[in-house]
Design a protein around this ligand. Sequence first.
Ligand SMILES: *Cc1c(COP(=O)(O)O)cnc(C)c1O
Length: 459
Amino acid sequence: MNHDDLRHWSKRAADWAHDYHAGLRDRPVRAALTPGAIAAQLAAAAPEAAEPMDTIFADFERIVPPGMTHWQHPRFFAYFPANAAPASMLAEQLVNAIAAQGMLWQTSPAATEIEQVMVQWLRAALGLPEGFSGTIHDSATTATLSAVLTMREKALGWAGLQQGLSGLPRLRLYASAETHSSVDKAARLSGIGQDNLVKIPTGTDFAMKPGALAGAIQADCDAGFLPVGVVLCAGGTSIGAFDRIADCIAVAHSAGLPLHVDAAWAGSAMICPEFRPLWAGVENADSIVFNPHKWLGAQFDCAVQFLRDPGQQIRTLGLRPTYLETTGHEEITNFNEWTVPLGRRFRALKLWFLMRAYGLNGLRARIRNHVAWARELAQVLATLPGVQITTQPSLSLFSFALGSDAETEALLTRVNDDGRVYLTQTRHQGRLVIRVQVGQFDCTRDDVMMVAQVVKEMT
Ligand SMILES: *Cc1c(COP(=O)(O)O)cnc(C)c1O
């Protein structure tokens, strides 16, 4: 296959993509397969001789779509969304065509500069003050790890990077149990250790108790431990919990600790001013992550981290060996120094296309609909016999359950085997509950109300 053939097949792929999206409502949302069913259809080894593209494409059409869970299905209500607005898909197509690697300004000046401007567009769109800069990571997990590594090194006076951690004081990191497992992963990978991630108790509102945070930091200091920082939850993955950001930041900062806010999912909603009270005080955070690839519509992957003082993270993550020097351009930004990997994709183009093609107003209208429809759906589900709403909608996420865990699990299995909608579970206050999040880019009110219809039929 050469570039002339690629032109032909790209057009075929574009037509295929259009038909795939147009037919999504007729497919089951979740792949209905037994493990191993796809692998069994593939050849045992790579071919020695080239195969015709017709054969390869036909195999793709036959094997792959039935083997997928369809994340762009308008009735995908599981996990959180991984939206791909058509305009962002087009940008990804162009990025694929250029196929550049943006580790340095010099290796892709447009990628670096569009990334800088898109971070500022998003900062303003979310209502954050000037003074934050930022970068794009692959995932919120990587952004949170970067923030925690920076906290660690700041606490150690940048000694850990050089000497390793042995012989240094025992480090402590603070978060509530509602934060995502990526915070646990960051504690583990940063050498802080799971046992030193202190899970601060939450109140009846599922928010970290600021007084308990202050007490834990003080107790650790008295015990000779070294607190490094606090991670707050702005829209937890399980049931959408929000910490009281302003109060917790005040506690952290009065103890001299930096603070990172994980708004991976809920950050997108902050383009709507009416939701910003949920994270009031966030303007005083040191680091904030949110994933435009979840709710906003930027095709996976795209996680934006805002930083008050990027110099600290660059000092932690940046290295500049001779082969990465860009002589004569010492003042420019080389984004590899802000992130864990060296190589980086051109992720900013899809943000540029996304925000321009829909406008912030178009993106806001979708999010407002999702929140309104989630509330309406929760009210309808609450009227069904045996159904209990276990957590009220936090933005567009709520949970419900039947009388016992066994009944709830059996319902979830029936609903997902049916295939018209896709829901997933979590454990909340010891109880198995079914999560519903509304956020798919193309979903309609009818798609959302289908959840009530299916649950009614299956209970
Ligand atoms: C999804 C999610 C994450 C992890 O996001 P990745 O980008 O997949 O690493 C972290 N925190 C919260 C609150 C999330 O919803």
